[in-house]
Design a protein around this ligand. Structure first.
Ligand code: PDD
Length: 284
Protein backbone atom coordinates (compact mmCIF):
# COMPACT_ATOMS: atom_id res chain seq x y z
CA UNK A 1 0.00 0.00 0.00
CA UNK A 2 1.39 3.42 -0.98
CA UNK A 3 2.15 5.70 1.93
CA UNK A 4 0.01 8.80 2.21
CA UNK A 5 1.27 12.17 3.43
CA UNK A 6 -0.63 15.25 4.52
CA UNK A 7 0.54 18.34 2.64
CA UNK A 8 -1.17 21.66 3.25
CA UNK A 9 -4.72 20.39 3.42
CA UNK A 10 -4.35 17.43 1.04
CA UNK A 11 -3.75 13.75 1.54
CA UNK A 12 -1.32 12.64 -1.18
CA UNK A 13 0.66 9.53 -2.08
CA UNK A 14 4.20 10.09 -0.81
CA UNK A 15 5.55 10.21 -4.37
CA UNK A 16 3.30 13.23 -5.13
CA UNK A 17 3.83 14.87 -1.74
CA UNK A 18 6.25 17.60 -2.76
CA UNK A 19 7.00 21.07 -1.48
CA UNK A 20 8.01 24.17 -3.40
CA UNK A 21 11.79 24.68 -3.58
CA UNK A 22 11.24 28.21 -2.26
CA UNK A 23 9.69 26.88 0.90
CA UNK A 24 11.57 28.58 3.72
CA UNK A 25 12.00 25.28 5.48
CA UNK A 26 13.95 24.01 2.48
CA UNK A 27 15.83 27.31 1.95
CA UNK A 28 16.64 28.31 5.52
CA UNK A 29 15.50 25.55 7.84
CA UNK A 30 12.92 28.17 8.88
CA UNK A 31 10.52 25.83 10.61
CA UNK A 32 9.75 23.56 13.51
CA UNK A 33 8.63 19.97 13.99
CA UNK A 34 7.22 17.38 16.35
CA UNK A 35 7.55 13.61 16.56
CA UNK A 36 4.78 11.65 18.28
CA UNK A 37 4.68 7.97 19.10
CA UNK A 38 1.29 6.51 18.30
CA UNK A 39 0.38 3.38 20.21
CA UNK A 40 -2.68 1.39 19.14
CA UNK A 41 -4.31 4.49 17.73
CA UNK A 42 -3.48 6.84 20.59
CA UNK A 43 -0.84 9.56 20.58
CA UNK A 44 1.48 9.16 23.54
CA UNK A 45 1.88 12.31 25.67
CA UNK A 46 -0.13 14.21 23.06
CA UNK A 47 -1.00 17.21 25.26
CA UNK A 48 2.70 17.75 25.94
CA UNK A 49 3.61 17.49 22.26
CA UNK A 50 0.87 19.91 21.15
CA UNK A 51 1.91 22.35 23.88
CA UNK A 52 5.55 22.18 22.77
CA UNK A 53 4.54 22.67 19.15
CA UNK A 54 2.66 25.81 20.16
CA UNK A 55 5.62 27.02 22.15
CA UNK A 56 8.13 26.43 19.31
CA UNK A 57 5.74 28.15 16.91
CA UNK A 58 5.45 31.17 19.18
CA UNK A 59 9.21 31.38 19.73
CA UNK A 60 9.89 31.77 16.01
CA UNK A 61 6.83 33.92 15.27
CA UNK A 62 5.01 31.48 12.99
CA UNK A 63 1.31 31.78 12.25
CA UNK A 64 -0.84 28.84 13.31
CA UNK A 65 -2.36 26.82 10.45
CA UNK A 66 -4.89 25.17 12.79
CA UNK A 67 -5.43 24.44 16.47
CA UNK A 68 -4.50 21.26 18.32
CA UNK A 69 -8.01 19.78 18.01
CA UNK A 70 -8.00 20.10 14.21
CA UNK A 71 -4.43 18.83 14.02
CA UNK A 72 -5.43 15.83 16.04
CA UNK A 73 -8.19 15.05 13.55
CA UNK A 74 -5.76 15.32 10.62
CA UNK A 75 -3.18 13.07 12.32
CA UNK A 76 -5.79 10.40 13.07
CA UNK A 77 -7.14 10.59 9.54
CA UNK A 78 -3.61 10.19 8.19
CA UNK A 79 -3.02 7.20 10.45
CA UNK A 80 -6.29 5.69 9.26
CA UNK A 81 -5.42 6.22 5.59
CA UNK A 82 -2.00 4.64 6.13
CA UNK A 83 -3.44 1.86 8.29
CA UNK A 84 -0.91 2.71 10.97
CA UNK A 85 -2.05 2.31 14.56
CA UNK A 86 1.35 2.02 16.18
CA UNK A 87 4.11 4.12 14.75
CA UNK A 88 5.71 7.50 14.42
CA UNK A 89 3.98 10.70 13.39
CA UNK A 90 6.26 13.39 12.00
CA UNK A 91 4.78 16.88 11.76
CA UNK A 92 6.62 19.81 10.23
CA UNK A 93 5.59 23.43 10.05
CA UNK A 94 7.57 25.99 8.08
CA UNK A 95 7.17 29.70 7.36
CA UNK A 96 5.93 28.80 3.88
CA UNK A 97 6.86 29.77 0.34
CA UNK A 98 8.42 33.14 -0.49
CA UNK A 99 11.13 34.64 -2.67
CA UNK A 100 14.44 33.93 -0.94
CA UNK A 101 15.25 36.69 1.51
CA UNK A 102 16.43 36.19 5.07
CA UNK A 103 13.92 38.56 6.67
CA UNK A 104 10.39 37.35 7.36
CA UNK A 105 8.39 37.63 4.11
CA UNK A 106 5.54 40.07 3.73
CA UNK A 107 2.75 39.59 3.05
CA UNK A 108 2.94 36.64 5.43
CA UNK A 109 2.76 33.38 3.43
CA UNK A 110 0.60 30.49 4.52
CA UNK A 111 2.72 28.30 6.82
CA UNK A 112 3.47 24.93 5.21
CA UNK A 113 2.21 22.00 7.23
CA UNK A 114 3.29 18.49 6.29
CA UNK A 115 2.70 15.29 8.21
CA UNK A 116 3.86 11.73 7.61
CA UNK A 117 3.34 8.54 9.55
CA UNK A 118 5.18 5.26 9.53
CA UNK A 119 4.84 2.06 11.52
CA UNK A 120 7.13 1.41 14.46
CA UNK A 121 6.97 -1.79 16.49
CA UNK A 122 5.55 -1.77 19.98
CA UNK A 123 8.17 -1.49 22.74
CA UNK A 124 9.51 -4.83 23.99
CA UNK A 125 8.12 -6.18 27.26
CA UNK A 126 11.59 -6.30 28.83
CA UNK A 127 14.53 -3.95 28.55
CA UNK A 128 17.14 -6.57 27.70
CA UNK A 129 16.96 -6.19 23.95
CA UNK A 130 16.35 -2.46 24.18
CA UNK A 131 19.68 -1.08 25.38
CA UNK A 132 22.33 0.62 23.28
CA UNK A 133 25.75 2.21 23.32
CA UNK A 134 26.47 5.91 23.08
CA UNK A 135 29.43 8.11 22.31
CA UNK A 136 30.21 11.47 23.88
CA UNK A 137 30.71 14.54 21.72
CA UNK A 138 31.10 18.31 22.07
CA UNK A 139 27.75 20.07 21.68
CA UNK A 140 28.13 22.28 18.61
CA UNK A 141 24.50 23.35 18.30
CA UNK A 142 23.05 26.84 18.53
CA UNK A 143 21.92 28.70 21.66
CA UNK A 144 18.18 27.97 21.39
CA UNK A 145 17.98 24.20 21.56
CA UNK A 146 14.74 24.63 23.54
CA UNK A 147 13.02 25.30 20.19
CA UNK A 148 12.25 22.14 18.21
CA UNK A 149 13.75 23.60 15.06
CA UNK A 150 14.16 21.60 11.85
CA UNK A 151 17.79 22.82 11.71
CA UNK A 152 19.37 19.55 12.75
CA UNK A 153 22.74 19.46 10.98
CA UNK A 154 24.82 19.16 14.19
CA UNK A 155 22.41 16.50 15.46
CA UNK A 156 22.65 14.62 12.16
CA UNK A 157 26.46 14.73 12.25
CA UNK A 158 26.49 13.61 15.88
CA UNK A 159 24.18 10.66 15.22
CA UNK A 160 26.25 9.66 12.20
CA UNK A 161 29.42 9.80 14.32
CA UNK A 162 27.66 7.52 16.81
CA UNK A 163 26.73 5.10 14.03
CA UNK A 164 30.32 5.04 12.76
CA UNK A 165 31.37 4.08 16.31
CA UNK A 166 28.72 1.31 16.29
CA UNK A 167 26.68 3.21 18.87
CA UNK A 168 23.14 4.56 18.79
CA UNK A 169 23.20 7.97 20.42
CA UNK A 170 25.69 10.80 20.86
CA UNK A 171 25.60 12.37 24.32
CA UNK A 172 26.58 16.02 24.04
CA UNK A 173 28.52 18.20 26.47
CA UNK A 174 29.00 21.95 26.56
CA UNK A 175 32.21 24.01 26.82
CA UNK A 176 32.12 23.77 30.60
CA UNK A 177 32.14 19.96 30.36
CA UNK A 178 28.50 19.66 31.45
CA UNK A 179 26.18 17.23 29.67
CA UNK A 180 23.38 18.92 27.74
CA UNK A 181 21.38 16.08 26.15
CA UNK A 182 21.53 13.43 23.45
CA UNK A 183 21.53 14.36 19.76
CA UNK A 184 17.88 13.26 19.72
CA UNK A 185 17.03 12.41 23.33
CA UNK A 186 17.07 13.56 26.95
CA UNK A 187 19.81 12.05 29.13
CA UNK A 188 19.52 10.73 32.68
CA UNK A 189 22.10 9.24 35.04
CA UNK A 190 22.08 7.40 38.34
CA UNK A 191 25.24 8.42 40.17
CA UNK A 192 27.44 6.54 42.60
CA UNK A 193 25.31 8.29 45.29
CA UNK A 194 22.24 6.51 43.82
CA UNK A 195 20.67 9.86 42.96
CA UNK A 196 18.88 10.07 39.64
CA UNK A 197 19.67 13.25 37.72
CA UNK A 198 18.66 14.97 34.52
CA UNK A 199 19.58 18.49 33.52
CA UNK A 200 17.10 21.25 34.30
CA UNK A 201 15.41 22.96 31.36
CA UNK A 202 17.24 25.89 29.81
CA UNK A 203 18.00 27.16 26.32
CA UNK A 204 20.55 24.40 25.72
CA UNK A 205 18.15 21.47 25.86
CA UNK A 206 14.86 20.54 24.31
CA UNK A 207 12.06 20.21 26.87
CA UNK A 208 11.45 16.54 26.17
CA UNK A 209 7.84 15.39 26.38
CA UNK A 210 8.94 11.91 27.44
CA UNK A 211 11.19 13.57 30.02
CA UNK A 212 8.21 15.47 31.43
CA UNK A 213 6.08 12.32 31.59
CA UNK A 214 8.90 10.26 33.14
CA UNK A 215 9.37 12.97 35.78
CA UNK A 216 5.89 12.11 37.04
CA UNK A 217 6.85 8.43 37.18
CA UNK A 218 9.99 9.39 39.12
CA UNK A 219 7.77 11.07 41.72
CA UNK A 220 5.37 8.11 41.81
CA UNK A 221 8.28 5.72 42.33
CA UNK A 222 9.59 7.98 45.11
CA UNK A 223 13.08 7.97 43.61
CA UNK A 224 15.88 10.09 44.97
CA UNK A 225 16.04 12.65 42.17
CA UNK A 226 17.66 15.99 41.41
CA UNK A 227 16.94 18.09 38.37
CA UNK A 228 20.42 19.48 37.87
CA UNK A 229 23.23 19.57 35.36
CA UNK A 230 25.93 16.91 35.64
CA UNK A 231 29.41 16.72 34.19
CA UNK A 232 30.89 14.44 31.58
CA UNK A 233 32.94 12.99 34.42
CA UNK A 234 29.78 12.19 36.40
CA UNK A 235 28.31 10.61 33.25
CA UNK A 236 31.36 8.37 32.92
CA UNK A 237 31.17 7.33 36.57
CA UNK A 238 27.42 6.76 36.57
CA UNK A 239 25.94 3.45 37.69
CA UNK A 240 23.20 3.84 35.14
CA UNK A 241 22.69 5.98 32.09
CA UNK A 242 19.49 6.07 30.09
CA UNK A 243 17.86 8.25 27.48
CA UNK A 244 14.24 9.17 26.88
CA UNK A 245 12.42 10.31 23.74
CA UNK A 246 9.28 9.63 21.73
CA UNK A 247 11.27 7.15 19.62
CA UNK A 248 13.47 5.50 22.28
CA UNK A 249 10.89 5.51 25.15
CA UNK A 250 13.19 4.77 28.12
CA UNK A 251 16.39 3.26 26.75
CA UNK A 252 19.39 2.18 28.84
CA UNK A 253 22.82 3.22 27.62
CA UNK A 254 24.99 0.28 28.56
CA UNK A 255 28.28 1.47 27.06
CA UNK A 256 29.83 4.91 26.72
CA UNK A 257 32.61 5.40 24.19
CA UNK A 258 33.02 1.62 24.23
CA UNK A 259 33.33 1.36 28.03
CA UNK A 260 30.54 -0.50 29.90
CA UNK A 261 28.28 1.60 32.12
CA UNK A 262 28.09 -0.10 35.53
CA UNK A 263 28.00 -3.85 34.90
CA UNK A 264 27.04 -3.26 31.27
CA UNK A 265 23.40 -4.32 31.74
CA UNK A 266 20.22 -2.22 32.06
CA UNK A 267 20.00 -0.89 35.62
CA UNK A 268 17.35 -1.11 38.31
CA UNK A 269 16.05 2.45 37.96
CA UNK A 270 15.81 2.23 34.17
CA UNK A 271 13.88 -1.01 34.59
CA UNK A 272 11.43 0.57 37.02
CA UNK A 273 10.87 3.62 34.84
CA UNK A 274 10.52 1.51 31.73
CA UNK A 275 7.84 -0.58 33.46
CA UNK A 276 6.02 2.65 34.37
CA UNK A 277 6.35 3.86 30.80
CA UNK A 278 4.84 0.63 29.45
CA UNK A 279 2.01 0.84 31.98
CA UNK A 280 1.20 4.41 30.92
CA UNK A 281 1.36 3.37 27.28
CA UNK A 282 -1.14 0.58 27.84
CA UNK A 283 -3.45 2.53 30.12
CA UNK A 284 -3.57 5.41 27.64
N1 PDD B 1 13.80 13.89 19.14
N2 PDD B 1 16.35 16.26 22.81
C1 PDD B 1 16.46 16.33 21.48
C2 PDD B 1 17.57 17.11 20.88
C3 PDD B 1 15.53 15.65 20.67
O1 PDD B 1 15.63 15.74 19.33
C4 PDD B 1 14.50 14.89 21.27
C5 PDD B 1 13.47 14.15 20.47
C6 PDD B 1 14.43 14.85 22.67
C7 PDD B 1 13.35 14.10 23.40
O2 PDD B 1 12.10 14.72 23.23
P1 PDD B 1 10.76 13.88 23.29
O3 PDD B 1 10.81 13.11 24.55
O4 PDD B 1 9.70 14.90 23.30
O5 PDD B 1 10.74 12.99 22.08
C8 PDD B 1 15.37 15.55 23.41
C9 PDD B 1 12.83 13.34 18.24
C10 PDD B 1 12.32 12.01 18.66
C11 PDD B 1 13.41 13.35 16.83
O6 PDD B 1 14.02 14.35 16.49
O7 PDD B 1 13.20 12.40 16.07
Amino acid sequence: MARIAYVNGRYLPLTDATVNIEDRGYQFGDGIYEVFYAYRGRLMDETLHFARLERSRGEIGLASPMGAAALRVVIHELMRRNRVETGLVYLQLTRGVAKRDHVFPGPVPRPALTITVRPKPEPPEALDGWSAGAITLADERWGRCDIKSINLLPNVLAREAAKQAVALEAILFDKAGMVTEGASSSVWIVGADNVLRTRGLDQHVLPGCTRAAVLEDVATEGLDFREEAFSLEALRQAREVFITSATSFVKPITALDGVPVGNGAPGLIANRLYARYLARLKEG
